[in-house]
Design a protein around this ligand. Structure first.
Ligand code: SF4
Length: 236
């Protein structure tokens, strides 16, 4: 092994770079072409920075703060909402304000929290004006960020809250009353759609419906040995 090759290997390993498997790791000929190809490694931090700087759709003109998401890696549950609301746009954090506090109650009822078992994000990272539905072209521009987050996070389950993110995962337009109560799959990950916490705050009749969906989600994790029994004292 010549000195250049050895140092390249060391550098690649130190930086966490992937050595191109099609390239010989130890070329016999010192005059061969570039020994190693640096592969850009994606990261949640890189995605967050791209989201903060993003100008791919018109929502960058009206946002106060882009909201990439928050939580833990390899979460038991990835919660995906539609888009930041007014409070999220002010603070740059997902699911804050009343709906966020209510979502935290749901998670607590399952024994989870965004501090240790959950990652929370949205399909769209910037707030649509007056909280209107995101336009299809905005979803098209923004959803690759979510795809990359899912690839990195490797969530055990996905909980979609609301019609728009649920429809995104299921494909096509759907009404919540038609799709909730069942488990779907996205790239091998179970997807449980349910109502948005803000919708349940507006319509308390949806509480038992959502609780049933949440219990379905919890059961999936129990079956996989990833969660224990439900907490005896919950806030549901
Ligand atoms: S909504 Fe998404 S695509 Fe549009 S500006 Fe914000 S981060 Fe970029």
């Amino acid at each position: 092994m010549n000195q250049t090759s050895a140092s390249d290997v060391l550098r690649a390993l130190t930086l966490g770079l992937r050595v191109n498997p099609t390239t010989e790791a130890y070329p016999r000929n010192s005059e061969s072409r570039t020994d190693f190809e640096e592969v850009e490694i994606d990261s949640l931090e890189r995605i967050a920075q791209e989201v903060f700087d993003c100008q791919k759709c018109g929502l960058c003109l009206t946002r106060n703060a882009a909201v990439p998401g928050m939580g833990v890696r390899e979460p038991l549950v990835l919660v995906v909402g539609e888009a930041p609301g007014a409070d999220e746009d002010k603070q740059g954090l997902p699911f804050v304000g009343k709906a966020g506090a209510y979502l935290d109650e749901w998670l607590k009822a399952l024994g989870f929290s965004r501090q240790d078992t959950v990652y929370i994000t949205n399909l769209i990272k910037c707030r649509p004006p007056q909280n209107r539905d995101p336009h299809p072209d905005e979803i098209q521009q923004c959803s690759p960020y979510l795809d990359r987050q899912i690839a990195l996070l490797k969530p055990r389950t996905i909980l979609t809250v609301g019609r728009v993110p649920s429809a995104h995962f299921l494909g096509g337009a759907h009404r919540m009353e038609d799709i909730h109560g069942r488990v779907y799959e996205f790239r091998g990950i179970p997807v449980v759609p349910t109502y948005h916490p803000a919708a349940v705050l507006r319509n308390p009749d949806l509480r038992p419906v959502v609780w049933k969906d949440l219990k379905n989600l919890h059961t999936l994790l129990v079956v996989k040995g990833l969660a224990g029994p439900l907490p005896t004292r919950s806030t549901r």
